[in-house]
Design a protein around this ligand. Structure first.
Ligand code: XIL
Length: 353
């Protein structure tokens, strides 16, 4: 009898040892992230794609063990949701929201009005103001309304400023409706889900400067006019070696308007081939970004743009760059993950009142 018990135990031990070798990431530092993030009261989120979410268990494991919220990387964009006028496809958005709810994760909604990933019928249509307004209201009402109370925050307006500029981008909405399209879309989203936090999401503002100043002026104007704007998203697609020194300072300025802020699309791209030294430095860069958020009272969280380097938009969009996320192509945690954990562990968590 004793022998049988002993044999049973050793079998378990052997099995555990094999598992430990085969799955070095299980129970690794990533599982510290959600615990520490909760202590700070911030979200640590990740952008997800539908296919691997449905079919790749390792991908799902990284998401559920490391993060506290998800953003749909593409499937809530206009061309996915309403590929033909009046024909809505909810399969992707439903998959993301259902997955999040099953796993106790929050959802950021991304995105309502943007100049990219619009279906042809929309970008190529010749709409007058009245009709475009109707189209916009219907899309926002259907999409935001479908997930009322289930998607906590929406990027209502994405990239409203010209790439390098201080002028509002001359997109479809601006061209037909004028600058007030922004307030109008915010109101439409607010009507569809009065509880959702509504954001303007922008890139190239993280280091301050003229574009950040222009966004600040727009945000202040919207706040003064009583528009339902609640937050500013700092996309934060950084290049290794060029992560801004004072991200916290730039974010804090917006919070002084009474707005919350979030890092919404963090990645740090490294030139090919990624050296060990570069990846070690990248860890410090991830650490600094998370620290910046923790240092700003109104910063509600950080979202990383891509579950692993095999699912990152960087190689396709920035040829010659790679390795931009905290997990490698085989979902092994990289030094960048340690950077995130260190930031969360080193900064004192706020004392509960
Ligand atoms: C990117 C996705 O990651 C890619 O898969 C897609 O091909 C293009 O869009 N700013 C944004 C995101 O707000 O929606 C973009 O996502 C990256 C830049």
């Amino acid at each position: 009898m004793a022998l049988v018990v002993f044999a049973g135990c050793s079998a378990v031990l052997v099995a555990a040892a094999v598992l430990a070798v085969a799955l070095p990431e299980v129970g690794g530092r990533e599982s510290e992230v959600p615990v520490l993030a909760a202590e700070h009261g911030v979200d640590m989120g990740v952008a997800v794609a539908v296919e691997p979410l449905l079919w790749d268990g390792d991908y799902r494991h990284v998401v559920t063990s490391t993060y506290t919220s998800v953003t749909a990387e593409n499937t809530m964009k206009w061309d996915s949701v309403q590929p033909e006028r009046g024909e809505f496809d909810w399969s992707g958005p439903d998959a993301v929201v259902d997955f999040a709810e099953r796993n106790g994760l929050d959802v950021r909604g991304h995105t309502l009005l943007w100049h990219n990933q619009q279906p042809d019928w929309l970008s190529g249509g010749s709409f007058g103001p009245e009709e475009l307004r109707r189209v916009m209201h219907e899309h926002v009402a259907r999409l935001v309304g479908r997930y009322e109370g289930r998607i906590g925050a929406w990027d209502v307006i994405n990239e409203p400023f010209a790439d390098e500029g201080t002028e509002l981008r001359d997109n479809l909405w601006y061209g037909v409706l004028g600058p007030d399209y922004i307030a109008e879309a915010l109101w439409a989203a607010h009507e569809a889900d009065p509880g959702a936090r509504l954001y303007i999401n922008e890139f190239g503002i993280e280091d301050g400067g003229p574009k950040a100043d222009a966004l600040y002026a727009l945000a202040r104007d919207l706040v003064e006019r009583g528009a339902p704007l609640h937050g500013i998203g700092f996309q934060s697609h950084f290049v290794h070696g060029q992560v801004p020194e004072d991200l916290a300072g730039t974010m804090r300025r917006f919070t002084e308007l009474g707005l919350e802020v979030a890092v919404t699309e963090l990645d740090v791209r490294v030139p090919e081939p990624p050296t060990e030294e570069a990846l070690a430095d990248q860890a410090g860069e991830y650490r600094r970004v998370v620290e910046a958020c923790l240092d700003v009272a109104g910063c509600v969280g950080v979202t990383v743009w891509g579950v692993g380097d095999g699912h990152s938009w960087i190689p396709e969009w920035f040829p010659g760059y790679t390795a931009a996320t905290p997990f490698d192509e085989d979902y092994r945690p990289k030094p960048a993950l340690d950077g995130i954990v260190e930031a969360l562990a080193r900064r004192p968590a706020p004392v509960a009142s």
